[in-house]
Ligand binder design. Sequence first.
Ligand code: SF4
Length: 356
Amino acid sequence: MEEILKKLVDEISSLATEGREITYSKNAIGITTLLFCPLKAEFRQQHPEIKTEGPEIDDGYFFEKAVKQAATNLFGKRTLIEPTIPYESPQGVRIEGHPDLVIVGKEKVLALECKAPNFLFSTANGIGDSILFCKNGQTVSISPHYQLQARIQKFLLQKHFNNKEIVHYIFAKTLIRSKSRLKKVYIFHETQTAATQQEMEYMISQFLNEKSPRYPWECHYCPYKKHGICEGKAVTQQAAAQTLKEVPPHLKNLTESYIQAHTTLKEIEAMLKEALPPDTHIELPLNGKPTKIGWITRTRYIWNIPKLFNTLGKQIFDFLYLKPRATAALEEAIQRSGKDPQQFREKTSKTTWKAL
Ligand code: SF4
């Protein structure tokens, strides 16, 4: 019976991809290829039988199909389904973009890129609406690679329809948290800025010269790793510290927006600090969770360690940890006793996100 049911799932996946063949001119590169590890593009050619699969992929294709059909019903011949929008780079590379849907009007061109991610973080708490309209950095957090793809599409469309205004949206169907429960919504996320020519050229030169993943999570989800074709690689070029001048243009834009948002946050925080009376705080919902902001009094105990040691003896080590700031002094004490600190410790490394 299980075999029959698996065949049913296979059939669902075939229905999802049915009629979804995107064609490229010889040697042309797609936008998605430009966004991710270039090795994947090479392996895709060598192993066409390997596909990325899963219910999320099927859901994405089904959503895309429904949107394309709905737009064709509504706008008829003005609807272009995955049209080829080219860009010829001075580096001798042809890029071809295929926005899911382009609706051509007299003065404006509306482009939609459909996505069906499992979940998006949102600040749209407590609203009952099933449709959200938002812009960059507002209401929902759209993944940076979706945003970059959208900005590249907008750039290509601006060049292609150079006498019309381009209005571009990421159209997502996804879960967000609303009043501490999950809710499925349609999101129209407007792409406010187009990629620049400088960014395009930077990404193309990276594609040609940097054969490594672009995001730390890429290898984990890569089908070529799953099939044992590639062992995976580190995101080398982004691992080391870089100054703002050195980072790629698309990261520079994101970083500058982040600094701007952080500065605004600090300014508002300073105003709130002034406005709130001492010992007062506000409880508000943040991402569905009650969160306190304001002046909060917390009681803290400062333990007398030598006294505790006299009473508890060795048992005290169950409750203590070494403070990092005492590390140098501890190393010195160990060395004075004629021993090497390495005998007393193991070294582990973990990369974590450091925010402003
Ligand atoms: S496993 Fe990593 S390095 Fe290898 S092709 Fe996939 S993303 Fe690229």
